[in-house]
Design a protein around this ligand. Sequence first.
Ligand code: TYD
Length: 422
Amino acid sequence: MKFDAYLFDFDGTVAETGEGIRKSAAYALERMGRPVPEKAVLDRFIGPPLHDSFMNLCGLSDDEADRAIALYRERYVDIGLYESYIYPGVAALLKALHQSGAHVAVASAKPQFMLERLAAHYGIDRYLDVIVGIGAERHSADKRDLILRALPAGTAPERACMVGDRCFDIEAAKALGLCAVGADYGYSLPGELAGAGADVVFDDVAAMREWLLEGKAPRGLFISLEGSDGCGKSTQIALLKEWLEKRGYETVLTREPGGCPISERIREVILSLDSKGMSDECEALLYAASRVEHVREVIEPALKCGKIVICDRFLDSSIAYQAYGRELGEGFIRQINEPAVRRVFPDLTLLLELNRSDARRRLAKGAPLDRLEIEKEDFFSRVQAGYEALAEAEPERIVRVDAGRPIEAVFESVSAAVEARL
Ligand code: TYD
C-alpha cells in the first residue's frame, strides 16, 4: 500500500454534514438574539472548532461562545447529527484500505461521542481502527494532537497520510511530516488546500480513491432481488438504494429483463401481450439474450468501479420461471445463460417470499398485468417450487425474507442481510 496509516478528517471529508451544522449554528444564534449570517459564513463552521467559529465568524465573546455551543448541541445531538450522509464512494474506500491491512482512522475536531455515533449509524465504524475526536469538556483542539493520537505508536510520519478538506488538516499534517491529501470536494475555499501546502489535492472522491488505492479499487458488490410477482421487490429496492447511499456507497439500480437499451427492447417483446403465442424456448432465449447484454453494458462495468449493483431479478428468475415454471429443465437454462453468468454472479440474493393469495391481492391493485403475470396458478406453484429449490441449494448466497410483514419489518431483514456482506 501507499501508506501504513490513513487518517481522515470527518466533516467535509468523510461525510457531508453541512446541513445539520449550519442549521444548528443558526439555531444557537437565533436563541441568543444574534443575527444569523448568510450560508457562505455558516459554511465556515464546518471543520474548525466551534468555539473559534462563534468567536471569529460571529464576533461572540469567550463566554458567549460557550453559551452558543450549549445551545448548538441542544439541537445538533438529536437532530443535526443525522442531517448528513457519507460522501459517495468513501465507504468503499475505507473498506478497501481496511481490508488491505492498513491502519485507518478518523481525526476530527468534532466531539468523540458524535463521531462514534455517526460512524456506527452509517456502518463505517467496522473499517476504522480508531476514532479520535475531542472530549465533551473541551472546546478546541490542536489538530496536531488529534493526528498524533490517531496514529499507531511508532509509525514513521512519511508512512502516514492525513486526508482533509480544510487548511487546518493540511497544515497540521505537514507540521508533523505526514503526507497531506486535500479533499477539495468538501468545504475548502478556492486555493485553500494548495495554499496550505497540500502534497496533492483531489476534487472528487473517485480520483482520490484511485490515487490512495493505486488503481487497485476492489470489485463492488452484486445484490439481486428475487421473488414471485407482487412480492414487493420494488419498494424494498428503493429503500435499499437510499439506505446504501446514505452510508456512502455508490449504487447502480437496474432490472431484468432490461437495464440497458437493447435489453429494454427485448423486455418489450417478452412481456407484451402481443407476444402471446411465443414458444417457451424463445422466451427463455430472449431472457438469456437480454441478460448477456445487460451484464456487459451495465453490471460488469459498475462492479469494476467498486459500485454496489442492485438488480431487480437475475438468473434465479430464469431458473424459477423458465426451468421450473415452463418446465424447460435447469440444465438447458443454465447452459443458455452461460455467456452472461461466466462474467458475473450475484454475491447476495434476497428472496422475498410471499404466499400466493397475498401476492395476487397486491398485483390486483397495481398496473395492468403483463404476459407472465396472467399465467395460470399451477405455473406460479412451479415458480415457487423453483425458488424453494434454489434457496435450499444455495443458503449462503440466497437469503430468504418473509415478505408478508409490514414494509419496515421486511426492510430490517433486507438491510441486515446486506449489512452482513458490506
Ligand atoms: P416485471 O414487470 O419486471 O415484474 P416484477 O415487478 O414482478 O419483477 O416483469 C418481469 C417478469 O419476467 C416477471 O413476471 C418475471 C419474469 N422473468 C422471467 O420469467 N424470467 C427471467 O429471467 C426474468 C428476469 C424475469
